[in-house]
Write a protein that binds this ligand. Structure first.
Ligand SMILES: [Zn+2]
Length: 335
């Protein structure tokens, strides 16, 4: 009898990944990636992913038993329908699960990438062994997902875990969603970069009350000097990564901006902890590489905001960029 195979698919904004797993194993049997061509639409992306999946299945024969899919955008997981993509046109109301099932001949489960990544960390990564988990990715944006009693909790509309658009500072930094002071605007990569640029360009007073003032923390270095040097003297070129590096080098402005973002995240997590009392919070995404000081402030602030009877176990993600792909395998395994 042919061996059983699970297929995991991760549709990202610019790259698509597919992998094959033998159920019960913890290393991929096969793994492949294709990059979206510029100007690609949903039809191109679906064809590219299907070609990739078929190639893997041809090269590694077996009996495909289930397919799990992570999609980078809002999904109606109950119906297996992609609602839209924020990056690629043409995905509106795509019945992705039904299409893949017809093409590949196996049952398919689809969910959005943050929910699927949460399941990935719970099954294979930093969330193993706990019964309730909040996963939050802090990178260019902020997304999140819940795993409760071993299953993704999507909420009534599949929107549970969208902690990025919880307001942590009313009247704060404008967010892409139209509100002000969302966690995403205050703490994600672009939020950190925008805040640093505003300070460098002398617009610091535009930052709202409650934020730190770099000069107050000034040590030996002049605020902003190291950061501006990293950006080649051009404030508009500043990125969150540069802010983290300048902060590590002791630049008081970069440190203040990064501390401020960490405090906002800690406040948001404290609220989530009070609301759901998760056993563990797992943080992934590029901003979590910002250093030990950032982690300490996130944990301390969450502890201050959470009720004393709640546990505040906040740990780094273990699967990195592969969390959605591993979560897709876990989705398939549960079918
Ligand atoms: Zn928002």
């Amino acid at each position: 009898m042919a061996r059983a195979l699970l297929l995991a698919l991760d549709y990202g904004g610019t790259k698509h990944t597919a992998a094959l797993l033998v159920p019960g194993e913890r290393t991929w049997l096969a793994h492949g990636r294709v990059f979206s061509s510029p100007g690609a639409d949903a039809t191109c992306d679906q064809a590219a992913m299907l070609d990739l999946a078929r190639r893997l299945l041809r090269e590694h024969p077996g009996q495909l038993t289930a397919v799990g899919v992570s999609f980078g955008g809002p999904v109606d997981a109950t119906r297996g329908v992609v609602r839209l993509s924020h990056h690629v046109p043409g995905w509106e109301e795509t019945p992705l699960a039904a299409r893949l099932q017809a093409e590949l001949g196996a049952p398919v489960a689809v969910d959005n990438d943050a929910n699927v990544a949460a399941l990935g960390e719970w099954t294979f990564g930093a969330g193993q062994g706990c019964t309730s988990l909040l996963y939050v990715t802090v990178s260019t944006g902020i997304g999140g997902g819940w795993v409760l009693a071993g299953r993704i909790w999507g909420g009534a509309d599949g929107m549970a875990g969208e902690i990025g658009h919880v307001v942590v500072r009313p009247g704060g930094v404008p967010c892409v969603c139209g509100k002000n002071g969302c966690l995403e605007a205050e703490a994600c990569g672009w939020g950190i970069a925008a805040k640093a640029r505003a300070w460098l360009e002398g617009g610091g007073e535009r930052l709202k009350a409650g934020n730190r003032h770099p000069e107050a923390d000034s040590g030996k270095q002049e605020a902003g000097t190291a950061l501006l040097a990293l950006a080649g003297g051009r404030s508009e070129a500043v990125t969150a990564q540069m802010v983290a590096q300048a902060a590590a080098e002791g630049d008081p402005l970069a440190q203040a901006v990064l501390d401020d973002a960490a405090e906002a995240l800690g406040a948001g997590l404290g609220g989530a902890i009070n609301l759901m009392n998760p056993e563990r919070v797992v943080l992934g995404g590029g901003v979590t590489k910002a250093g030990e000081r950032w982690w300490q402030i996130v944990r301390d602030t969450a502890r201050r905001h959470a009720l004393p009877q709640t546990r505040v176990e906040i740990v780094p993600a273990a699967l990195g960029d592969d969390a959605p792909l591993w979560g897709a395998a876990a989705l398939a395994q549960a079918l």
